[in-house]
Ligand binder design. Sequence first.
Ligand code: BTN
Length: 241
Amino acid sequence: MSERPPFGRPHRHLRLTDSTNERARALAQAGSPSGTVVTADEQDAGRGRHGRAWSAPAGAALLYSAILRPLDLRHGLLPLAVPLAVCEAVETLAPVSCRLKWPNDVWIDERKVAGVLIEARPPDWAVIGIGINLSIADGEFPGDLRWPAASVGHGATPGAAREALDAALGRWVEASHEVVLGKFAERDALRGREVRWEGGGEPPSGAGVAAGVDERGNLVVDLPGGGSTALGSGEVSLRPG
Ligand code: BTN
């Protein structure tokens, strides 16, 4: 049994907000408990990773931010545990199979259906921000996406997605490092593929073959000249061709 309260209690839903991560951050700073969830129909300043914007038509995506507190050593692999929870939640909504692009993009058939943005003030709290495309039509995605996007489809609604995510997240934030690494390896979409990276490694940019994730959650890349490097953050893309 988890000692923490389940995710989704309390739950605050907003019709329109700037960013659910921003609202959850304000609640965390004001002392809201672990498990607090903020959702919205629409954001006008949604945030993505690497300082990018994240946008979705009203009601067509789950826009979800949860407070986790306090943080301790068990949460070191949170960036990998959260997308595993998203995969599980999505797979309860539709007959689909999810894979992961390190560190935390969720793919269905090589198209991104969900993204994760964790903002934390360790050891006090983390805000786990999750956007899941549910019913966004192909023509409605922004034209400047770095990678093709898709929706879960199959009639998945924000309410059902929220409930599934509350439950899955509650399990995955408590998972052991061993379980997280094992399950991530099963869903790893990059392993064995040629990738290019910018930032987060040594050398700071380059290309090689993805070789899995190490015990600290870094992406290991085998280098063309021999040896390997471990990427802790930064941007990784598949090499074309
Ligand atoms: C990514 O770049 O892949 C991460 C996207 C995270 C978007 C979600 S939507 C709900 C929450 N609020 C935000 O402003 N961002 C996250």
